[in-house]
Design a protein around this ligand. Sequence first.
Ligand code: ADQ
Length: 763
Amino acid sequence: MIMVQFLGRVLIPLLAVLALLAWGATSLLNTTARSWFERDATTRVHIAMSSARDTLATCLAAGDRRRLSSVLEEIGRGDSIVGAMACSTSGATLARTRGFPVSLGCEPAGGEAASAGASPPSGDVDFSSVLDGRPVRVSVVSIRDADDELGRVMVVHDMSYAAHRQSAMGRMTAAVFAVVAVLASLLTILLQRMSWRSWTRELRRLLIMGRAPFAPRPAQRLFQPLLADVRRMAADLAAEESRASGGPWSAERLHRTLERSLRGEGVVVVANREPYLHERTSGGSLKVVRPASGLVTALEPVMRACSGTWIAHGSGSADRETVDRHDRVSVPPGEDAYSLRRVWLSEEEERGYYYGFSNEGLWPLCHTAHTRPVFRAGDWRHYQLVNERFADAVQDEVSGTDPIVLVQDYHFALAPRLIRRRLPRATVITFWHIPWPTAERFATCPWAKELLTGLLGSSVLGFHTQAHCNNFIESVERHLEARIDRERHAVVLGGRESLVRSYPISIEWPNRAAAETAPADECRRTVLADLGLRPDALLGVGVDRLDYTKGIEERLQAVDRLLERFPHLRGRFTFVQLAAPSRTLIERYRVLHQSVEDLAARINQRFSSGTYRPVILLRANHAPSAVFRFLRAADVCYVSSLHDGMNLVAKEFVAARDDERGVLVLSRFTGAARELTEALIVNPYDLEEASAALATAVAMPAREQADRMRAMRSYVAEFNVYRWAGRMLTDAARVRQHGRLADRLSMGLQPLEQGRGSEEAHG
Ligand code: ADQ
């Protein structure tokens, strides 16, 4: 279709213009060539005549016809000359050569002479004519003796050769234009193809990436209105879908989905990190801690809605004191919405499975952040062992034979298959919270095959983005003999199907932490006062675990560059970094810790004046409402991850800003950048771009801030964590139903016609 339009709009007009040009050029060439040939013939005649003129005059004066004939014969031997004739002044023929056309007498037609229009003042006349069917040039030369005319000599020049050459030239011109037309058409098609391909590539990239980066290229700028339309349509469709299928996703709707589609079974979550740790303080009292973890942030509200059991490593110093004899404790404290089952690991197991294989091996393997993965056989053995331990715990915790188990993250790649071995009818939903690397990179893991086989024990395997799904499927193709069903987004291994789909994770909405935090004005006032900043200070905020993938060093360098480039911000702009210590037993994390401290100190030394400090590091694990207090107080939140599966801080910032103020500057290497397209999207490695984005953010008019924030808030409200969980559970319910029907058929029973209700009654 596009090709036909292209033919009609570009190619045919181009060819028509070329044809017109060819026609014009041929006519012009013809006219010019003809006049050149005529002039050439005339010149040649006049040269021949000038040497014979005196002899001719003598002959004419003497009336010597014999000599006149021989002189004419001499002239008539010239190249392309047909013949010559001598006439008296009265118009009588005096002599003529043999070849001279008989139709031409001594009285030339006045019209012809006049039409030739070339009569020189001497009385010579030259004109073109057609004699006996051939084109000729006739030159009439007046022979004089002083002022008296003695007679005239007519010389006829054959012009057929000129006509031949003209038509050969016409053919050549046409051929040249034909070649030009073909080449021009090919070139145009080629250029059109190339530009179409680069446009569509750009458009697709932007559709996947969302908004163009902070400093877009011209093509990206061109697509902005189109992208805005596509996003609006997608949001309308999502809203329409949620209206049609029972309203927006909420805790209640998720609960209903679980009851209807999955017979109300409580779910079992397997995750390394527990949602609540019990710690003994130095004063001897007990305290409950919410860990800084994206997984906990996302999953905790889901568990509140679904109830069931969360199985995790009991890592708090007072965890053992607070569980019952089955190692369980009801959480959240005081609300008892679900059960937390703690699994105990020895120090050695924790070092091998958690710090070693998971965080020195898989974490750097999956993140492009320039830290080399370390794979140790001892760590791998612990990883296998701990995965077995958690699979045993799942078996202990479930009541039926077909539970719903949610396996979380890279700590448990082997668990799905191990759980299936123990509970063949279980529905195992696995979610990988970090990026999946390219097949090439993944192949560097010595146990790549085992990890893939383990994960393919899942009924549903989820990633944040389609790109991560594609990487996973390529890794499967490379390492396993499995069938890929691209239409269903599934992998079939050993006759068992696993759906591999993208489920972008999100946060709860309405957000509990936001509801527990003071209004924005108050947050701003108290935060500025607590930090000792002036009331008109401009505040930037970053919130992270201290991890090298989060780009904290690049973030501080961008602040340094900001103050260097924009001196008017010195004394006014302060960046507060909330940094929760993380994985501190690993050397790489200790190095990062030190380098972030050193960098902050250097920037402070460079730009501090009086009580002003441009960078404030708050190294602690803050309570969720404390995090929200900073997010609410900020003018700008900068998320600068070098690589991040999703990044929930970006979405939390949006949830915090019910005042529709504040600007999000977001790394393009986060999953969130594909969704929060109204943020200022930057490359965190590009300090010029990042510092310019920070400057733009602090100077952004309130109205633009509100427009951007409103759009992002409506997006996160719609695409919240209940939707994330609901979509996975709904897909799992379909897989489960499919499996049951297949079981009945294999047992020789008829599939039930009553639909799901009857199926459930007998299930
Ligand atoms: P994380 O790497 O933990 O998550 P992220 O998604 O940013 O990263 O979530 C961090 C969470 O911890 C947020 O809820 C944040 O508020 C909290 N937090 C961070 N610093 C804190 C601090 N100093 N004090 C208190 N709380 C703090 C992994 C993946 C991500 C993915 C999530 C969810 O690495 O890409 O988004 O899982 O799938």
